[in-house]
Design a protein around this ligand. Sequence first.
Ligand code: CP3
Length: 356
Amino acid sequence: MNFHGPALANFESSVFLRACRRQSVEVTPVWLMRQAGRYMKEYRELRAKHSFLELCKNPDLATEVTVTAAHRLKVDAAIIFADILLIVEPLGLDLRFEKGAGPSIGGSIRNAADVKRLREVEPAESLDYVFEAIRRTRAALNPGIPLIGFSGAPFTLASYMTEGGASKHYRHTRALMHGEPAAWHRMMEIISRGLIKYLNGQIAAGAQAVQLFDSWVGCLGPEEYQEFVLPHTKMVIEGITPGIPVINFSTGTSGYLELIRQAGGDVIGVDWRVDLAEAWKRIGYGVGIQGNLDPLILYADKQVIRERVRGILKKAAGRPGHIFNLGHGILPETPVDSVLALVEAVHQISAEQESS
Ligand code: CP3
């Protein structure tokens, strides 16, 4: 042990966790959804040797991918390398990632009889590989950097489980919701109970915050959200270990952000289709906000990126509780240099605004 060196920074005083708690920060924290992925050479090299699910299920490799991305990008939080869909396996479904085609799920749930086939998730057994990856990542990561755990939110998981994959109209999801509402609610309850255990297990293993990804819930209107989704998401968020910040992220929901806020979360994640200043005003300053750069801006030149960053920081107006992020996951062809420029711009411009 080194008794003479400076004390290592602890994640408790990190700008990310302070922003989650709406405390003041000297620079705006930034991290990016899917910050570890195909746009990085280091990731592609590992992917040439292992399938995506192999990477997720091998705690040493998942640790390597998580830590490499966070340290290289100099972001203010790491997110454990995993996928929002891993929980569908212990729910009793078959999960595959076909090359270039996205996730595909076998054994779709389309009626009450199918819902009966679902199993209660016992993550201590079935998802221990995620917990182990979190334990190893926490040990390998710079101690000043918080680690985010995550999963899909109940609706987004249910949509994949009924459709069997990505979907344009969510026809089967809506057919179950409206045709057999009792079965729909039973499915959402089974998913939600599993999610509470899974996310709390990630926290016990060493995650400092958790994010729920409701990536596709924006296909619903406000009444459907309120009746068929909100109570379940709310139950999950209320079940999270007290004191651990929850980020409630969704896309395409600018028509009913007030309802998203009602579902809960310390921080609400918003996409770029809504003006950040307006979104924050609508959800109220009693909650943090995360976002909201269009991921496509990372294809533009660095001057454009800087200007967009400046614009978003201006909308946040230096209020405590803003976490900079994209409005959705980073895309595979994004230049790494542009991501580095983005992170630097957020830190530099927010520090200038803070001291002006
Ligand atoms: O952020 C991180 O770095 C942590 C890991 C992470 C992944 N996916 C790894 C991944 C996170 C947080 C996600 C979230 C996720 N997964 C979402 C929500 C956010 C978003 O950007 O949409 C969704 C909808 C999924 C489901 C999923 N998994 C999709 C749609 C895909 C892409 C399929 C494709 O080929 O484009 C995946 C696969 C996936 N998840 C990859 C990674 C790095 C790519 C897998 C590969 O290497 O081929």
